[in-house]
Write a protein that binds this ligand. Sequence first.
Ligand code: AMP
Length: 221
Amino acid sequence: MKLVLLGPPGAGKGTQSVRLAQHFAIPQISTGDILRKAVKDKTKLGSLAKKYMDSGTLVPDEVVIGIIRERIIEPDCKNGYILDGFPRTIAQAEALDEMLERIGTQVDHVVNISVGDKEIIKRLAGRRTCISCGAGYHILFDPPKQEGVCDRCGGKLIQRDDDKEETIRARLKVYQQQTEPLIAYYKGKHLLHSIPGEGNMEEIFSAILEALGEKSPKAGS
Ligand code: AMP
């Protein structure tokens, strides 16, 4: 199963792709996570990517295409993978098609999670992450017991630099201009499933499974 998750920043791609990866027992590949780790580790890739990420713009296509090209040939990808945050431009989608075509395969499904702009700003501006263990919180929807402190490990909770309101607006603009055209691209290939992303996390997960022709974990219980 080779699955692409599309959707604006804050649509819940990360959450749903982790669940889907567990369900299908295949890896979740998030270009955002790979780039954030590179920034944290202060690698060459990280220092290149940081200025784009901090301003909410996209890291150049050739850089992320190179990351994916190397990642999908790892042994854990042999039964498929969930791509979370890639492709984000038509050029990336075409490069992915080419990579897969060369090895005689293709993307199986594309799931687009749709959420309105107002909801996205509310979600992203309240998002907090533990600097030590990476656990995620939301100041309104999933607050920690003690403000600013991780329930799991006691680490400090921080806001991602690119989750500040000004950068969120820039990211949304970039999404509309560069990523949204992928909806038509994959619709044209008859691979697209559009799922409303404003309900409860479990319901959205079930809707995705249903669109993929899978049985929801709740069905039959
Ligand atoms: P995300 O965690 O997916 O929201 O990604 C965070 C940031 O990483 C984005 O705002 C971009 O700067 C960069 N990034 C992640 N994936 C890509 C991609 N496929 N193409 C270009 N830039 C990306």
